[in-house]
Design a protein around this ligand. Structure first.
Ligand code: PRX
Length: 647
């Protein structure tokens, strides 16, 4: 078959997992998960090794997800202490600053251990202990990893908030988590532009419901001026520098929370996805080793931000648990020009490179020259994550970036899954551009029809998972019912992913995208309901409906239909004001690409907005509106079609 890219022979010969290993171990992992995961658990260093392995039921009334429930360990010990004897002088993190003229920094495992211990001691001295929540709102600097691991060391639960979120979004997350302490920086720096992190935290903590925060630690990063509000605000270095560089780690049960990470769903406010210590860490470490074929000398670079799950699992926990050298990049792919990624690859001799399709598509537009002027000879493996990768972008990534030499792993997973679930293992599974291919060990995907019937053979439908895996989220923080209702009630006895998928005649999975009201903008998840709620908070807006539409670079863009309060006038100024309003409420990542005035929205007679129709209008497919006979007032559709925005 022409679109099959076989595993290169040379790669297969040296791979951590070969074809026969995959077939044998996958079969065992689903036949006897207890035996398989008991053996896998030996990858971690346990204070008390687990004897109970899998304890799971997806049934209502008997619902539970527990892995390694009698084991004890500490995640920071696994990521740091256990490497000191053999890898103390090895580089754990390479920091590549936003400004290419600034010096990169190398942090060894020994230094990282000391920095984590100092912050952990400082946090304890500030009254933070096991089970307390800590919000981290930092740029892509080493302190972000230090902060996460310091929390893990003392058993505090971190909740990282991406630096592109606004004060309101920080406040929502602080309120929901009840954080006691916030760690931030004076400013971030991205593409030469400053991001006012501390000012955003100040604004967030003025909002109601945020009084749980007693202390704000401020990293001096750019040196920009900030307001320090005493005694709440403390300079990070003033509190941390004098601390001892060893710190007794907390003994954590495998099922004790490690972190909360907020993510968007199809309804309401973002939910706090809760991951626990043992299963999450094992799953992140194991997948990182197998999927990225990790070797001792690799220089591994994942371009995600630590504010997303990809940064948690595949910049911090997975790589460091494996004793890898991981690169942290502060900047953006286009600064100072479209060659930056590849210059960084050459500068640090990166061997494994993991990025998102949106970045590949954006760089592709600038042509081959910015890539070709660099060597990239160090690269041996490429990865993709966050959204479906179109075959054209896959081929460009393979041929131009990887010089047709490097296998590509297209990794499908979610914030909820903690780690990669469907992916080629690069030495074992032949690739097809656009397909995430086959399940990882222990993962049992299936495709169901709308009624929940499992489909056999080649088919298309909704993607579910029939069994648990150690990295699975354990609950929505503070809302067990919402957890069950969101993921386990649509198809009883199965985890519903929210994604659609196709399976081909070789059993390969092709993820087709979200089937719920979540849109994926440049690999970032945004709920249409969130943007709608933000819009209707504006006093001049009566009603709003938001849908995704196909976007060449971002994958999906945001299209908003807005009905104004009676008596208000449509104007370009108001349009700009509404876009700015959404940026303020949620953050720049949620800015609508297009906003259309809608004197009326297409609704059923019972008042339900027919998004299917709005999606088709936004896509410029007015001939595919389908049945409009159930509309209360079909004439609104004609006017919306006529006034459609965009190309
Ligand atoms: O729709 C799928 C898409 O991203 C969603 C998960 O988003 P998030 O929780 O933010 O995590 C992103 C990073 C893991 C999924 O439901 N998605 C993620 N990876 C892929 C993908 N879609 C297709 N192919 C992928 N490789």
């Amino acid at each position: 078959m022409s679109d099959l890219y076989p595993v290169p022979e040379g790669f297969a010969a040296q791979a951590n997992v070969g074809k026969a290993d995959y077939e044998r171990d996958y079969a065992e992992s689903v036949r006897d998960p207890n035996a398989f995961w008991a053996r896998a658990a030996q990858r971690l260093e346990w204070m008390t090794p687990p004897t109970r392995i899998r304890d799971v039921s997806y049934d209502r009334g008997d619902f539970r997800i527990r892995w390694f429930a009698d084991g004890e360990l500490n995640a920071s010990v696994n990521c740091l202490d256990r490497h000191l004897a053999t890898r103390g002088d090895k580089t754990a993190l390479v920091f590549e600053p936003d400004d290419p003229a600034a010096e990169p920094r190398h942090v060894t495992y020994r230094e990282l251990h000391a920095r984590v211990c100092r912050l952990a001691n400082a946090l304890r001295s500030l009254g933070v202990g096991k089970g307390d929540r800590v919000t981290i709102y930092l740029p892509m600097i080493v302190e972000a990893a230090v902060a996460m691991l310091a929390c893990a060391r003392i058993g505090a639960v971190h909740t990282v908030v991406f630096g592109g979120f606004s004060a309101n979004s920080i406040a929502d997350r602080v309120r929901d988590s009840g954080s006691k302490l916030v760690i931030t920086a004076d400013e971030g720096l991205r593409g030469g532009k400053k991001v006012p992190l501390k000012a955003n935290v100040d604004a967030a903590l003025k909002l109601p419901g945020t009084t749980s925060v007693e202390t704000v630690l401020v990293v001096r990063h750019t040196g920009g001026a900030v307001d320090m509000q005493m005694p709440r605000d403390r300079w990070y270095d003033a509190v941390v520098d004098g601390q001892p560089d060893s710190c007794e780690p907390e003994r954590m049960n495998a099922e004790d929370p490690l972190f909360i990470l907020y993510t968007s769903g199809s309804t309401g406010k973002p939910k706090g996805v809760l991951h626990t210590t043992g299963g999450y860490l094992l799953y992140a470490a194991y997948t990182h080793w197998a999927v990225f074929d990790l070797k001792e000398d690799d220089v591994y670079w994942c371009t995600a931000d630590v504010g997303w799950v990809t940064g948690h699992s595949y910049i911090v926990y997975g790589p460091l648990a494996n004793g890898a050298t991981a690169l942290m990049f502060e900047g953006v792919p286009s600064y100072p020009d479209a060659s930056r990624f590849w210059q960084v690859v050459d500068r640090h001799k990166v061997t494994i490179f993991y990025t998102a399709p949106t970045a590949i598509r954006a760089l592709m537009r600038d042509g081959d020259e910015p890539v070709k002027r660099t060597s990239r000879a160090s690269l041996r493996l490429l990865g993709s994550v966050g959204e479906p990768i179109n075959p054209e972008a896959w081929r460009w990534y393979h041929e131009v970036v990887g010089d047709s030499r490097c296998p590509i792993v297209d990794t499908w997973w979610q914030t909820e899954t903690g780690g990669i679930l469907i992916t080629p293992l690069p030495g074992a599974i032949d690739a097809k551009p656009g397909s995430a291919t086959l399940p990882f060990f222990g993962v049992r995907p299936a495709i169901v029809d709308a009624a929940g019937n499992i489909q056999e053979g080649a088919c298309e439908g909704n993607l579910v998972l029939l069994d648990s895996w150690p990295g699975q989220m354990r609950t929505v923080y503070g809302d067990d019912q919402r957890f069950f209702d969101t993921y386990f009630s649509t198809y009883p006895g199965m985890y519903f992913t929210g994604d659609g998928a196709r399976r081909d005649e070789d059993g390969y999975y092709w993820i087709t995208g979200r089937v719920d009201d979540v849109i994926n903008v440049s690999g970032h998840r945004i709920g249409t309901a969130e943007v709608e709620s933000a819009l209707v908070l504006h006093p001049k807006v009566a009603e709003a409906a938001v849908v995704g539409f196909p976007h060449d670079v971002k994958g999906q863009g945001i299209y908003a239909y807005v009905t104004l309060v009676a008596g208000e006038t449509e104007s370009d100024e108001l349009l700009k004001e509404l876009v700015a309003h959404v940026r303020k409420e949620i953050g720049p990542i949620a800015s609508p690409d297009f906003l259309q005035w809608a004197p009326g929205l297409p609704k059923t007679r019972s008042g339900k907005i027919m998004r299917r129709i709005l999606r088709k209008i936004a896509e410029n497919a007015p001939d595919q509106l389908g049945d409009t006979s159930t509309l209360a007032d079909p004439s609104v559709v004609d006017s919306l079609v006529k006034n459609r925005q965009g190309a």
